[in-house]
Design a protein around this ligand. Structure first.
Ligand SMILES: Nc1nc2c(ncn2[C@@H]2O[C@H](COP(=O)(O)OP(=O)(O)O)[C@@H](O)[C@H]2O)c(=O)[nH]1
Ligand SMILES: [Mg+2]
Ligand SMILES: [Zn+2]
Length: 307
């Protein structure tokens, strides 16, 4: 039987059966099927798990289907990658104009942490005063090809357009804590009511979200994710970072596989000089690259220590 993972707390999962439409409490059978050694969360919200029920409401899962997309971050404490949401069609990066402050570098790291999903940049709290640099930054993201949208859970601005973008898709909401992800999700799904079997009220009360949660209503499926102060890009192939910077797509450097950080024959400095990429964004790219170069997952560090 196939299940969609909707909630995960301490290795106990809430799983929707895609065969009978029922909700099960699921556990992982035996030893975890760890394919990727650098991954802290073998099962994430949005994953499709395969397993069998052993009672009316309990199931054992034995494997996870390959993810078609994921939002992952570096878990600095565990020194491993952590999948926050899986199999989403779209990653919505939620920001706010001033509280908390709008941070383009945070957005860039969030984009680089998302693979296989389209990106939507949401400026929530559009009812607050929007500083000029925020409008400029959003226009720049728009020009280089990202979809951006201003919304407000308070005034209702932009919500119809947002709902239209969310319709028929699975969207993961990510962003700094306090930008209003949970409020926005509540507003969109009108979740004072129960949504399927998973009630949003688990998530309320303290205004902090400490685990990812899959919610669905009327063809809109959303994954709320825990509030974070920082998103660090996961340990991965350095060449993937450039995918988060569309300006780099056309770069024709002398050597294939150029990482654009000072190599002989790299065309990016002249791209920047010619205005094809802003200095600020090139700097943001280089910072992500150097943060990854110094990153070693726990298991790799251990084997180095043994030598
Ligand atoms: N002014 C304003 N405040 C908002 C808006 N949406 C959410 N908030 C407030 O922002 C705070 C954080 O909201 P929350 O949904 O918990 O943020 P999360 O950490 O991203 O899930 C709460 O006090 C909300 O009332 C909005 O559109 N405008
Ligand atoms: Mg929240
Ligand atoms: Zn280059």
């Amino acid at each position: 039987m196939r299940f969609q993972i909707r909630r995960s707390i301490n290795n106990i999962y809430t799983a929707l059966s895609l065969s009978d439409g029922r909700i099960y409490t699921a556990r992982i059978k035996g030893k975890v099927m760890r394919k990727d050694e650098a991954e802290y969360s073998p099962v994430a919200v949005g994953d499709i798990a395969v397993g069998e029920p052993y009672s009316e409401c309990e199931a054992l899962v034995s494997s996870i289907e390959e993810r078609r997309s994921a939002f992952r971050r570096w878990n600095a404490k565990r020194e491993l990658n952590q999948t926050i949401a899986a199999n989403q069609d779209m990653t919505a990066i939620v920001t706010s104009p001033s509280s908390p402050p709008f941070r383009p570098r945070f957005i860039d790291r969030a984009i680089a942490s998302s693979h296989g999903a389209s990106i939507l940049i949401i400026l929530n709290k559009a009812d607050d005063e929007i500083p000029e640099y925020v409008n400029d930054s959003l226009s720049l993201y728009g020009r280089i090809g990202f979809r951006t949208l201003r919304v407000s859970s308070v005034s209702g601005e932009g919500l119809d357009e947002l709902k239209a973008l969310l319709q028929g898709r699975i969207t993961a909401f990510v962003g700094q804590s306090g930008v209003g992800k949970s409020t926005l999700i509540n507003t969109i799904l009108e979740t004072d009511q129960r949504t399927g079997e998973v009630s949003y009220k688990y998530n309320r009360g303290r205004h902090t979200t400490n685990h990812s949660l899959f919610l669905e209503k009327d063809g809109i499926a959303l994954i709320d994710t825990p509030g974070v102060r920082e998103i660090e890009v996961p340990f991965e192939d350095l060449s993937l970072v450039a995918e988060a910077f569309p300006e780099l797509k056309g770069a024709e450097c002398r050597y294939g596989g150029c990482l654009h950080h000072g190599e002989d024959g790299c065309s990016v400095p002249s791209l920047v000089a010619g205005g094809g990429m802003s200095e600020e964004r090139y700097e943001s790219y280089l910072r992500i690259l150097s943060s990854l170069e110094s990153r070693r997952p726990f298991f790799m560090r251990r084997s180095n220590d043994r030598r």
